[in-house]
Write a new protein. Structure first.
Length: 233
């Protein structure tokens, strides 16, 4: 999706190409069968109880925006079988990879959306999520592109609306200017409390953290990360 295609969405996020290599046969099959079954239907109204989206009983609801390779999402879904996960990723090859894992592991607690997360956020009911993960969002490191970053006042408003009281927003990045950007935006927003007292709180990965593909790349290139946890107030 490009700025040209969405000229009126300057305050929302942008993503790059949506397709890479041709899909393997099994992945193409998953996209044809599993995607329609697991994709959120934004044309219908969201169920008042989001837990109804899942065929198994779930007690908590989590959203991961831009799951990339899906390693973190799959890890969390296996670790928390009684939590329902919504994973959003517009990149076709990444979605296909996730769906193969969901199929292989017979995971019943994942639903997906394959387009801009802002669309799904606007569909979700008020106070419906316990937790939002935004892990290594596209960094847009050049100052002139900072306004394309997913963290913005309008998207923090969206997070605030869909999180339950006391719900968590977790953010990870290896780009210093994005970490500062997020801290400043959350402080200016006023609806999020940063849960950190000392540097180890943002330098230590989240509990049970399996890493992500993008994080591994950052490490290979010599960049460390910050892990920010905010609570909705
Ligand atoms: C830098 S990658 C990180 C992927 C993964 N979280 C990781 O850590 O390996 C950012 C991801 O966010 C996705 N993305 C970008 N804009 C998005 C949007 N508006 N809605 C949902 N996903 C988005 C991209 O397709 C990409 O896969």
């Amino acid at each position: 999706m490009t700025e040209q295609q969405h000229p009126n969405r300057a305050t929302e996020a942008f993503f790059g190409r949506r397709k890479g290599k041709p899909l393997r046969e099994r992945q193409a099959e998953g996209m044809a069968t599993l995607l329609p079954a697991l994709k959120l239907d934004l044309q219908s109204e969201a169920p008042a109880e989001l837990s109804e989206l899942f065929p198994v009983s779930v007690e908590e609801l989590r959203l991961e925006i831009g799951f990339g390779g899906g390693e973190h999402l799959v890890h969390r879904a296996r670790e928390n079988p009684q939590t329902g996960f919504i994973g959003i990723e517009p990149f076709v090859n990444s979605m296909a990879k996730l769906l193969s894992r969901v199929d292989e592991l017979e995971l019943k607690n994942i639903r997906v959306y394959d387009d801009d997360a802002t669309q799904a956020l606007d569909w979700l009911p008020d106070a419906s999520l316990d937790h939002i993960d935004l892990l290594y969002p596209d960094p847009w490191p050049k100052r002139k592109h900072w306004k394309r970053r997913f963290v913005s006042q309008v998207n923090l408003d969206r997070f605030h609306r869909v999180l339950k009281p006391g719900g968590m927003f977790c953010f990870a990045s290896d780009i210093d200017t994005y970490v500062n950007w997020t801290l400043i935006h959350c402080r200016n927003h006023g609806g999020f409390e940063w849960l950190a007292d000392q540097s180890s709180d943002w330098l230590t990965p989240f509990a049970g953290w399996p890493g992500t593909r993008y994080e591994n790349k950052a490490r290979r290139e010599g960049r460390s990360s910050a892990y920010l946890t905010f609570r909705k107030v």
